[in-house]
Design a protein around this ligand. Structure first.
Ligand code: OGA
Ligand code: MN
Length: 292
């Protein structure tokens, strides 16, 4: 697939790191995007895996229309808390109080993961809008799972090509410190599920490693056999040279492809300071088989 001419669509695409990530200038997300604009953005997105739009205004309907131009949206029924009441397709990732209590999404994403890997419809992509951020920190890091896969030795790639890996929502960092009733519901909705350890991107055909810190074991292998390999693959994938670190500004919309990247939300900030974000999630294909 030849990359489209992003310049012809009026876009400037500037890489933000060697491994992945690019800033796109020339888009107002609250204007209905033309088919050509969507195609040009998609082309840059498939190439850079994480794309960043800065200086945007938050408008729920505008963000949803923009997100929907790239595919059907998830209504977040797998984690049915902290959605916007009017717009269940927008999930609040926030340390604001919600319903008189600090939101439990304040600690979302504290280990390396791909969104909704523990469901039967792992997310295709996510778009996160920053409304408010602390004075310093609260950064998010992303790594390139296509490079991670390509940089493995051929025998290890061949071994992983034939494996399924089990995802367990219980391996979400900090889940045991959350409200037991909500946690029980999320576990009930999302029993451990096996997905291919190598995910093939439906547009680009690129093969990407699909193993994370939320993986418990390889299906058919013991935990003892699996653990060192999962740990090795996570360490390999998240080497600093394979990472882009995003320092947020209010008005940023960061979009990541969950099929070709992992991310982690850093707790590198003062939690008494506000951090407020909204996420739209693009539905991925049905995948996997429940193992327990
Ligand atoms: C997410 C997530 C990252 C962040 O929304 O999927 O992991 O930095 N959050 O809040
Ligand atoms: Mn996430």
């Amino acid at each position: 697939m030849a990359p489209l001419d992003t310049a012809a669509a009026g876009l400037t695409v500037t890489p933000l790191a060697h491994a992945l990530g690019a800033e796109i200038v020339g888009v107002d997300i609250n204007q209905a995007p033309s088919a050509d604009l969507v195609a040009a953005i998609r082309s840059a997105w498939n190439r850079h895996h994480v794309i960043v739009f800065r200086g945007q205004q938050f408008e729920a309907a505008g963000m949803l229309r923009f997100a929907q131009a790239f595919g059907a949206l998830d209504d977040h029924a797998a984690t049915p808390f902290y959605r916007l009441e009017e717009y269940p397709q927008l999930l609040q990732i926030t340390n604001r109080q919600i319903g008189g209590k600090p939101s439990e999404t304040r600690n979302t994403g504290r280990n390396w993961h791909s969104d909704y890997s523990y469901t039967d419809h792992p997310a295709a992509a996510s778009m996160l809008f920053c409304v408010e951020r602390p004075p310093v920190g609260g950064d998010t890091m992303f790594c390139n799972m296509v490079r991670a896969y390509e940089e493995l030795s051929p025998p290890l790639r061949a071994f992983l090509d034939g494996l399924d890996v089990v995802y367990d929502v219980g391996l979400t960092a900090g889940i045991n410190e959350r409200d037991p009733a909500k946690t029980a519901e999320v576990r009930r909705l999302n029993p451990p599920i096996a997905h291919p350890a190598v995910r093939v991107h439906p547009d680009s055909g690129l093969r990407a490693l699909y193993v994370s810190e939320r993986s418990s074991h390889f299906h058919g292998m013991t935990a003892a056999e699996s653990r060192p390999l999962i740990d090795h693959l996570c360490a390999h994938a998240t080497r600093p040279e394979n990472v882009y670190r995003h320092v947020w500004r209010p008005g940023d919309l960061v979009c990541w492809d969950n099929r070709t990247t992992m991310h982690v939300a850093l707790a590198d900030f003062d939690q008494t300071k506000p951090r407020h974000m909204l996420r739209a999630t693009l539905l991925g294909e049905k995948s996997g088989f429940v193992v327990g």
